[in-house]
Ligand binder design. Structure first.
Ligand code: SF4
Ligand code: SF4
Length: 194
């Protein structure tokens, strides 16, 4: 990328007083204040209903729609028999930059599967919501499509999402409509095909 030299602006005596900038700032703030006051008053008289009375939303009574693909709370996917799809391969705890995934692997009773997670905890107050765990999983056993973005708790210990909790989570309605994500075979990653 080509570097671009930007000339530092020389400040005159008047500029150094910053009075003009302060007045400009007050003008912008005042402009927004009176505009909002005008729209609110119009709403009180039943006018301008097509315009929202405020740019802020009245949380928690009002909530924003979570966009499709937004990374929310994790869930673990299940097999048809209700057991976790996870094969305890340890790819997700290995890639997790926050080191907040803790898995204890056990021998699966199913001879076709080598291992399963006896316990699978995610410490959500350490998670940085990067989605690397979802990307790294070779069997599509973990997703972040629950649409749950509010994770406040009163107690630190309640920030640990357990295997059973994550297995009980469902995809959000928007994600259900979208269907399963497209998965690119490893040999097609980085444009290498075949
Ligand atoms: S989203 Fe990122 S930080 Fe959170 S558990 Fe997954 S890999 Fe770790
Ligand atoms: S990467 Fe997938 S299969 Fe491997 S331990 Fe994590 S969730 Fe389980």
């Amino acid at each position: 990328m080509k570097e671009k030299n930007v000339k530092r602006m020389e400040l005159g005596r008047l500029d150094r007083l910053y009075l003009i900038e302060v007045v400009k700032g007050l003008g912008i703030t005042g402009g927004h204040f009176f505009k909002n006051l005008f729209v609110h008053t119009a709403h009180l008289f039943g006018l301008m209903k097509d315009r929202p009375a405020s740019v802020t939303i009245q949380y928690p009574e009002q909530r924003r729609t979570i966009p499709v693909g937004y990374r929310g709370r994790h869930r673990l996917l299940l097999r048809e028999d209700g057991s976790p799809k996870c094969v305890a391969c340890m790819m997700c705890p290995t890639i997790c930059p926050a080191q907040c995934i803790h898995i204890r692997a056990g021998e699966s009773p199913n001879p076709a599967i080598e291992k399963y997670p006896v316990s699978f905890d995610i410490v959500v107050d350490r998670c940085v919501m990067c989605g690397f765990c979802v990307e790294a999983c070779p069997v599509d056993a973990i997703r972040m499509d629950t649409g749950i973005v509010e994770m406040a708790q009163y107690d630190r210990k309640d920030f640990v999402d357990t295997r059973d909790f994550m297995m009980s989570q469902k995809p959000s309605e928007e994600e259900k409509k979208k269907g399963p994500p497209e998965r690119i075979p490893p040999n097609e990653l980085n444009g290498k095909k075949g």
